[in-house]
Design a protein around this ligand. Structure first.
Ligand SMILES: [Zn+2]
Length: 163
């Protein structure tokens, strides 16, 4: 069986930046499972995995644009401090990350700078602007279940989800 659309794919991987710093890993004990062809993983990686088989290992080098996108100054935005009124002061510092509902869905937003009356937030993905290297092993490939296909994502551990 090869990796193609509507397959549930189990991967182990090590993700590093171009300096060799490890940013993320998944191994056989805690593998990463995704639904191929659903846009659930970054496009360059999904493309590289197309037609691969169980046991294959591959090294995927991605420019920022093929990974989490180029860094965009336009995604820096000054918002009124009041918008953070409900938050603890100690949670508000440059580099703090939180999830926010945006017109592109739920996204990670990073606090860029604390100003007197406003807070500069950064809507770039934390890995935007970074060239990435994935060392990937394909651990397993199976057909996705009809329910998984309907949901557009994998139900891990054979369980079901609440939606
Ligand atoms: Zn689901």
């Amino acid at each position: 069986m090869n990796i193609e659309a509507q397959k549930a794919v189990t991967l182990a991987y090590t993700l590093t930046d171009t300096d060799g710093n490890i940013l993320d890993t998944a191994d056989a004990n805690e593998p990463f499972v995704y639904l191929h062809g659903s846009g659930g993983i970054i496009p360059g990686l999904e493309k590289a995995l197309q037609n691969k088989s169980k046991g294959d290992t591959l090294q995927v080098n991605l420019e920022a644009a093929e990974a989490y996108g180029d860094y965009s100054e336009k995604l820096l935005q000054d918002v009124p401090r009041e918008m953070f009124a409900g938050m603890d002061e100690k949670d508000l510092f440059a580099g703090a990350q939180f999830h926010a509902e945006t017109n592109q869905g739920m996204q990670v937003v990073t606090v860029n700078k604390i100003n007197d009356d406003t807070i500069t937030i950064d809507g770039n993905h934390p890995m935007a602007g970074k060239a990435l290297r994935f060392d990937v092993t394909v651990l397993d490939i199976r057909d996705a279940t009809p329910e998984e296909l309907a949901h557009g994502h994998i139900h891990a551990h054979g369980g079901s989800c609440e939606h």
